[in-house]
Write a protein that binds this ligand. Sequence first.
Ligand SMILES: NC(=O)c1ccc[n+]([C@@H]2O[C@H](COP(=O)([O-])OP(=O)(O)OC[C@H]3O[C@@H](n4cnc5c(N)ncnc54)[C@H](OP(=O)(O)O)[C@@H]3O)[C@@H](O)[C@H]2O)c1
Length: 262
Amino acid sequence: MKSRLSGLVLALAISLCALPASTFVVAAEPAAATARTVLVIGATGRTGREVVVKSLEAGYRVRALVRDELRARASLGSEVTLIVGDVRTDEAIAKAVEGADFVISALGSNVRNDPSNTPELVDYGGIRRLAEKAAESKIRHFVLVSSMGATHRDHPLNRMYSNILTWKLKGEDALRVSGVPYTIVRPGGLTEARGGEFLPMMMQGDDLSRQGRIARADVAAIAVAALDRPEAMKKTFEVIASNATGQPDWATLFGSLNADAK
Ligand SMILES: NC(=O)c1ccc[n+]([C@@H]2O[C@H](COP(=O)([O-])OP(=O)(O)OC[C@H]3O[C@@H](n4cnc5c(N)ncnc54)[C@H](OP(=O)(O)O)[C@@H]3O)[C@@H](O)[C@H]2O)c1
């Protein structure tokens, strides 16, 4: 009896060790032929890649709109369906959205690397195109990673990056009026920390006196946990890492937020 018990304890210890050292559980859906499809925009980016990982972990099929197929395949692995294109074109967006159930965008222009890839064309134009196509295609839920400070026109980031925050706000607004069920996540400063350690602190009102940072992996976990969740619909919130640890109670976290007025 004693040896059977110690065998069980050993098996439990081994299975716990097999879990990643720290991660937020986002959903518990088995991967299956019937699994629903998440289209990830910005999947080759630092947050987008985490969104892909979390979506696969949660049992979704993943499709990604990417600009460079070889780079994307090397970074995202073989499980992801790649659609090659640019959010500045209608054709790419139509092809990517067709047949998807959900959209998560971690898209971000980087005008300093490519002056033609402006916030106006990407953070606004790309999101507007995606939202309109998503509405037409009856996408069930669109989760947009935007940014804390989006409502602050005089924010220094606007001066540094061609009014990036103001264009992001216009992108948010295009999603709000599109008719697609949505959630808008506005993270504070993004970090490369492993994530899963500090519980997210969600806030509303875009109050810059409460700034902070959050791991990209945790923003991805939040985006995937929000999918199809009634408590997350029609909500916009800022998020940073708190000092508290543990597993997030997603229903309570999303449920405590107010829905957008318009
Ligand atoms: N950095 C921060 O501290 C911070 C804070 C708050 C919010 N945010 C926002 O959070 C989001 C994620 O940030 P991140 O730093 O993880 O992003 P990132 O690493 O810069 O990735 C951006 C992604 O967008 C894609 N992209 C850019 N232009 C595109 C286009 N024209 N067509 C298709 N795809 C395009 C990039 O593709 P390629 O690989 O092909 O370039 C890449 O996959 C962004 O919206 C960012 O503005 C950032």
